[in-house]
Design a protein around this ligand. Structure first.
Ligand SMILES: *Cc1c(COP(=O)(O)O)cnc(C)c1O
Length: 392
């Protein structure tokens, strides 16, 4: 039997278009209206009901890309994460979360859940035993993020599915780092896939949005809370996101390829101590990553040798910009010590494997040679400055 699913580039380009019946244009018209008829219509539409024409259309694209029945788009990744968690948790419930989560998710959990009387535990590690140990009678949700930030560690999707099934728990994944181009967790039995669409889905560092993809039953449950919390995305941004997603596979594939090449190059560099990229054969989770990902994403991190001052190195880069965010078509770099993990003590960071010289590199689509030249000239500058100091 022939599969009906179109190819991924075709889905990115065509699925979930708003048909322009009037002028027959080839681009979705944008409906900014916040006021729709309620008599004689099959759907009562309103932006905060997540069902304007542009929202509805884009949800189809996201659902098809994540191999799920439904999807919803939110005003930010955190609106998607918080609404989805709260839709499945209530007073007296417990959630198990993977150690090392995106900082915003971590903050939401530790700052907000206790106000709802919801308990939580973080795992010690990534193994089945680590997750099993934390599951209790009242555990309702298991929440993971793979690849992890910033060390790109991999959580076993099949193992999480098995555990969740055994204990009758809803499984959720933050699939932002992989994007639906590299990983479809629903195929491995994960119930709910979350995205910060600010990252690979948007891809140009000019959109803040979020998404969730799941079965229609689960989407309906999330929608029931979403309409009350009100974290919908403005239709203008929905329209921009649709445009961005048309090129998502092209961008992400280029970023995958660039990241793998840069990982190999950095791995062989005398001034680099260690590279963390699941696409490298010596990454501890390489085989697991290979079994559940189609590509290894554009994210990697690396640690400089102790002689190189990481702050000086980052300041000396010119093409590669220092930036808080990630996944844009432009390469950016960040120091976890100064940003995402700044609130932890140096000792706690060390315990998590995040050395002070660790840098997170979001690889863009520039030519590899230009990225290498930029890094080489930064190393030369840092070396010159170190020499100046030793002379003085
Ligand atoms: C950025 C990010 C988020 C939060 O998304 P926002 O769009 O900033 O709200 C959640 N998870 C991961 C992995 C992220 O990188």
């Amino acid at each position: 039997m022939k599969s009906k699913r179109p190819g991924t580039n075709t889905i990115c380009t065509h699925i979930g278009e708003v048909k322009d019946e009037q002028f027959k244009g080839s681009v979705s018209p944008l409906f900014m209206g916040s006021s729709y008829a309620y008599e004689g219509v099959d759907v009562k539409r309103y932006p905060r009901y997540f069902n304007t024409p542009n929202q509805e259309a884009l949800c189809k694209k996201i659902a098809m890309l994540e191999h799920t029945e439904g999807a919803l788009i939110f005003g930010s990744g955190m609106a998607a994460v918080s609404t989805t968690m709260l839709a499945f948790l209530q007073q007296g419930d417990h959630v198990v979360l993977q150690k090392t989560l995106y900082g915003g998710t971590y903050n939401f959990v530790v700052e907000e859940l206790h106000k709802f009387g919801i308990e939580y535990s973080f795992t010690q590690g990534f193994s089945e035993e680590d997750f099993s140990k934390e599951i209790k009678e009242n555990t309702k949700v298991i929440f993971i993020e793979t690849p992890s930030n910033p060390l790109m560690l991999i959580t076993d999707l099949k193992m999480i599915h098995r555990l969740a099934k055994k204990h009758n728990i809803i499984s959720m994944i933050d699939n932002t780092f992989a994007s639906p181009i590299n990983q479809n967790p629903h195929d491995f039995g994960i119930d709910i896939c979350l995205h910060s669409a600010t990252k690979y889905m948007g891809g140009h560092s000019d959109i803040c949005a979020g998404a969730v993809a799941a079965s229609q039953e689960h989407i309906d449950r999330i929608w029931n809370l979403a309409k009350n919390l009100g974290g919908s995305l403005s239709d203008y941004t929905v329209w921009l996101l649709e445009r961005s997603m048309k090129t998502m596979k092209l961008r992400v594939k280029a970023q995958n390829r660039n990241a793998k090449r840069m990982a190999k190059w950095l791995d062989n560099h005398a001034l680099v101590k260690k590279v963390y990229y699941p696409g490298l054969k010596d990454h501890p989770d390489h085989e697991l990553a290979k079994s559940q990902m189609r590509g290894y994403s554009g994210m990697l991190s690396f640690e400089l040798v102790d002689e190189i001052n990481p702050d000086l190195f980052m300041e000396s880069l010119s093409l590669i910009k220092q930036s808080m965010s990630l996944a844009g078509i432009e390469s950016t770099i960040l120091s976890p010590k100064k940003t995402s993990h700044a609130l932890l003590s140096s000792e706690e960071r060390q315990r998590q494997g995040i050395g002070d010289g660790l840098l997170r590199f979001s690889v863009g689509i520039e030519e590899k040679e230009d990225l290498i030249n930029d890094i080489e000239q930064a190393f030369r500058k840092v070396n010159d400055k170190s020499l100046e100091k030793s002379v003085v």
